[in-house]
Design a protein around this ligand. Sequence first.
Ligand code: ADP
Length: 455
Amino acid sequence: MHLWPDTLAGRTLSLLIGMTLVLIIGSGWLLHDERRERFDERNRFQLLDRVVTLARLLGDADDEERLRIIERVAERGDEINLGDQPLVNTPPRHPLEHRISHDLRRRLHLTDKSSVWVSIEFDAHEKRLRDERYERHGPGGHPRGLDGISLSIRLWDGTWLNIHTDKFEGPPPWAGKTLQLLALLLILVILSGLFIARRMAHPMAQLADAANRFGLGQAQPPLDEKGPREVRNTIRAFNRMQERLQKHITDRSQMLAAVSHDLRTPITTLRLRAEYIEDTEMREKTLATLAEMETILSATLGFARDEAADEVARSTDLAALLASLVDDHTDLGGDVSYEGPDRSIFMCRPIALKRALNNLIDNALKYGETARVRLIESGEGVEIIIDDSGPGIPEENLEKVFTPFFRLEASRNRETGGTGLGLAVARTIVHAHGGQLRLSNRPEGGLRALIRLPK
Ligand code: ADP
C-alpha cells in the first residue's frame, strides 16, 4: 500500500478525513433522495391542482371560450387539446396511476371509472427502482419521481380533455451555501485532526528518540509523562527500564572495580611470600603468574572505572581522534597510517571510543606489524576499518577472541604481554555506541577489524 501514510499523524488524519467524506457523501445522498421525493410530491400536487381547475373551467365554458382557455394554457408548455377521443385509453396499471385517477375523479365529482385515464411514462431505469420500492413498501409506499404523464378526462358533454406533460426536472442542485458549509466542516475536521494526531505522535517520537539515545549508551533524564494514557504508560515503563538498566550497569561496574581492587592486596601478600620459595625455578614461575594476574586485574580495573565514570556523549571529531592515535603509535615506532576525511564530526563518548580503537590498533601492530586505519562516512553513520598484514585469526576463532581473557596459543608463546581483554573491551564499547565490531581475514592476508557506528 503505497498511498497509506506511514506516520501515526498521517494515518489518523487520513482516517478522519476519509470518514468525514463518507459521512458527507452519505448524508448528501440520503438528503438528496428525500429532497427529490418532496419535490416530486409538490410537482404532482401542483399538476393535479391545475388539471382540476382547468377541467372545471372548461366544463362551464362554451366552445369559443374553451378554445381561448386552451390556447392560454398551452402557452405554458403543456400539450393540451380537446377531442372526441381520449389520448390515453388504457386502464391504470401502476398504483400511482390508480391513485391519481382516483384523486381526480373525487375532486371533479366524476363517478364513472372510465371518465379519467392516467398513464405515466416511467423510464426503464427509474421504473425498476420504483418497482423495487413498491415491492418493499407496498402500494402505500411513497412513489418517487414522475416522468412524463398523460391524462385524459371526459367532460360532462363527452369531450375529452387530453393533457400531456413532460418529465419533471429534478430538484435544483445543491446550493453554494451548503457546499461552502461542507468545505468549512472538512477544514475544521482536518485542523482538529492535525492537532490531535500531533499531540498523539509527538510523545511517541520523543520516546523513540530517547530510546535511540539510550541505545547509544547515553544516559539521560527521565522523560515527561504526557500524552494519552497508553502513551503515558509506555513512557513510564521506558523511564523505569532506563533507570533499572542504568543502576544495573553501575552496580556491575562498581562490583568489578571493587573485586579487582580488593584482589590486589592478597596478590601483593602472595608475592611477598613467593620470595621465600627456595626452588629458584618455582619461585620465578610463581612470580610470573602473579605478575600476569596483576596485569589482568589492572586492565579489568581500568575498564570498570571507565564504565563507572559515566562519560557523556558529545560531538567529537573522529578524524582528529584517529589521527592522534596514529601519531601516538608512530611516535612509538609503529607502522601506522590513516586514510580518510580531515574532519568528521560524530556524536560519541570519545574517551571510551579511543580506548576501543587503541586496543584494535595495538593488536594490529602486535600481531600484524602494520596498521592501516581508514575512516568512511556514509548516510547511516561511519565505518572505521583497521587492516594489518599479520597472520590473521583462524576462522573458527574469529568470534572466540572476543571472550574476555581468551588468547590464541600463538600469542601466548610470543610473549606479547596481553591479557586477552582488549577485544572484549573494544566490542563492549562499540556495542554501547549502538555499533558493531567484526573481525575478518583479508583475502590478501592479514586481519581486518571493521567498526560500524550508527548516527
Ligand atoms: P590480547 O591482545 O591482550 O591478547 P585481545 O582480546 O586484544 O587480547 O585479543 C585476543 C586474541 O586475539 C589475542 O591474544 C590474539 O591471539 C588474537 N588477535 C587479536 N588481534 C589480532 C590480530 N590483529 N591478528 C592476529 N591475532 C589477533
